[in-house]
Write a protein of this length. Structure first.
Length: 554
């Protein structure tokens, strides 16, 4: 038995076989070829097979999501039939006497750059399609998959690190746990693991080796310990530990249907954070009062091209319907920084966390923003939706957003599309700038939701992705808590509600403080709801105030 020690970032015990995910490096070998005609034939076969695959995908998409959405696969087929593209591969093979993979890679790069440098935004977006179709052919040529297919049995995934875009591609039903060499507790991958309720250990460094792939493993998400090929005694102990944890969760479920009310009668909304339509189920099972944060960018990360209005409409409608009249706060696209999708073609940045992300992209690329807003408003008649905007820093941004929202509403009305006129519009308070002018911002919107993950990173000047800074990332820092108090007071002074949707909302050490501050809503991962309800029901706010729980934050 080998024991590894990392950092537990998502509670629970996972027992199963590990599959180590090795990212395709993208390095393409170049070697000499004598029979260039046979080599081109090899490319041609792979190309035709890729076209067959695209046919299957097209038909499946027509059936499942509609003809408009399926068009992307048709367009990819056209690209593979393009004479210039095929000629380029052929010429490189015959003139340079090189292998098909190398010729394809060169062709992909030339065409990618050509599209990426075009002025027209639509054509620029096609650069990602060139990459996508070329990768499809390359996989056939080299006989390799994405690397994320592990087999038929549920498994624990091991990896050096996982990007959010990779994590969302994993089949959640097959996933028992996460074990990674790198990563930070506040990265979106760790947040995703917690949101899905899947045990996770990060920061294992070189202790975690790819050769452990296929071996039995136990993950202890509480202590950060990992056991490879555990002995019988350890296996039994952990089976027992897992059962006890399950039992504890079952016991907490006795709180289902009960109010989130303190001993002295203060009520608070306890909502769920979700990232995928399938998480709505776990919000319901855990008796969430609503959804306080739906991270809509995961729809974009799961796609290889901009999700269409209809595709998004179906997702928002379905969540609104599933939540059956309970409030669902959908956050508009928060892409950028660690959440990257190739087709956005975001140039490489020196400082991505402080860069081109979230509302900045939406205000800059208004077609993308308007498409999402149209889908949201159309879905608003199927339940109780609210819309929230991320990464706000100024009143001017909010006014611009409201102007675009009005335009979208006018367009929909003129097309005779039904929508709810009174959808609440809120903003995330996750930059120090927004916190400091929250008195002004409160006059512009219907609610605030405090994003403590980013608010911590920007207030303390600590990159939340940086593993080396983990011990400095302190969301209990009085600077943060003072800001939260200030935002709550400013919201209430202007008659709007305020919630917390960052990870801190689930931190039971601060529940008493948040209740004393008068926070109206806490939105947490579904699995944290019952424990939070228990804590709320055991708290006496007047006593806490008398004991001076807020003294440091006034
Ligand atoms: C936050 O910043 O606290 C937040 C909820 O948003 P995200 O973690 O997705 O950046
Ligand atoms: Mg954030």
């Amino acid at each position: 038995m080998i024991i590894l020690k990392g950092k537990g970032v998502s509670d629970g015990i996972a027992i199963g076989k590990m599959f180590f995910y090795e990212r395709q490096t993208g390095d393409v070998e170049k070697y000499e070829i004598e029979d260039t005609a046979a080599e081109y034939e090899r490319f041609e076969k792979a190309r035709l097979k890729a076209i067959d695959e695209l046919d299957v995908l097209y038909n499946k998409a027509v059936e499942e999501i509609g003809e408009d959405e399926a068009m992307i696969f048709d367009m990819h087929k056209m690209m593979l039939d393009d004479e210039d593209y095929c000629d380029s591969v052929k010429n490189i093979i015959s003139e340079e006497k090189v292998n098909a993979e190398y010729a394809l890679e060169q062709t992909k790069n030339t065409f990618y750059e050509l599209f990426a440098s075009m002025d027209d935004e639509y054509m620029r977006g096609r650069a990602a399609d060139i990459k996508d179709v070329s990768t499809r052919v390359m996989k056939i040529l080299t006989n390799s998959g994405s690397g994320l297919e592990a087999g038929d049995e549920p498994f624990i995934i091991g990896a050096d690190d996982l990007m959010p875009s990779e994590t969302v591609q994993l089949d959640k039903a097959m996933l028992l746990g996460f074990a990674t060499m790198h990563g930070s507790s506040n990265s979106h991958t760790a947040i995703l693991a917690r949101m899905m309720g899947i045990p996770a250990v990060i920061s294992l460094k070189e202790q975690l080796k790819p050769e452990y792939s296929g071996k039995d493993m136990i993950i202890d998400g509480f202590t950060g310990e990992i056991y490879i090929e555990p002995d019988e005694r350890t296996s039994k102990l952990y089976e027992q530990k897992r059962k006890e944890y399950e039992l504890q969760k079952e016991m907490l479920k006795q709180l289902a249907g009960m109010d989130n009310v303190t001993l002295d009668g203060r009520r608070i909304d306890v909502f769920a954070n979700i990232g995928h339509i399938s998480d709505a189920e776990s919000a319901i099972v855990n008796d969430a009062g609503g959804v306080g944060l739906f991270r809509s960018e995961f729809i974009y990360l799961e796609n290889t091209d901009y999700p269409t209005e209809n595709q998004q409409f179906e997702v928002y409608k379905s969540i609104a319907e599933k939540m059956n009249g309970k409030k669902v706060v959908i956050r508009t696209l928060d892409i950028g920084a660690d959440k990257q999708a190739d087709y956005f073609s975001i140039p490489k940045e020196e400082n991505p966390a402080m860069g081109y992300r979230a509302i900045r992209i939406c205000l800059d690329r208004q077609l993308v923003f308007k498409t999402q807003l149209r889908a949201l408003f159309r879905a608003s008649v199927y339940g109780h939706l609210a819309i929230m905007f991320p990464m706000i820093t100024s009143v001017a941004e909010v006014r611009k957003i409201k102007q675009i929202v009005d335009e979208v509403k006018r367009e929909l009305a003129s097309e005779g599309c039904a929508f709810d006129e009174n959808v609440e519009l809120g903003i995330m308070i996750e930059t120090p700038a927004a916190a400091m002018i929250s008195d002004l911002l409160a006059q512009e919107v219907d609610f605030f939701s405090i994003g403590t993950n980013d608010l911590t990173q920007y207030t303390l000047a600590i990159d939340r992705q940086n593993q080396m800074l983990e011990s400095f990332y302190d969301p209990h820092h009085p600077a943060l808590l003072r800001m939260i108090k200030m935002v709550v007071d400013n919201a209430h002074n202007h008659g709007i509600w305020v919630g917390i949707c960052g990870e801190l909302g689930a931190d039971l050490e601060l529940t008493e403080t948040f209740l004393a501050m008068g926070v109206d809503e806490l939105s947490v991962r579904p699995s944290a709801i019952f424990a939070l309800r228990k804590k709320v029901r055991e708290t006496d706010v007047s006593k806490s105030l008398k004991a001076g729980v807020l003294n440091d934050y006034i």
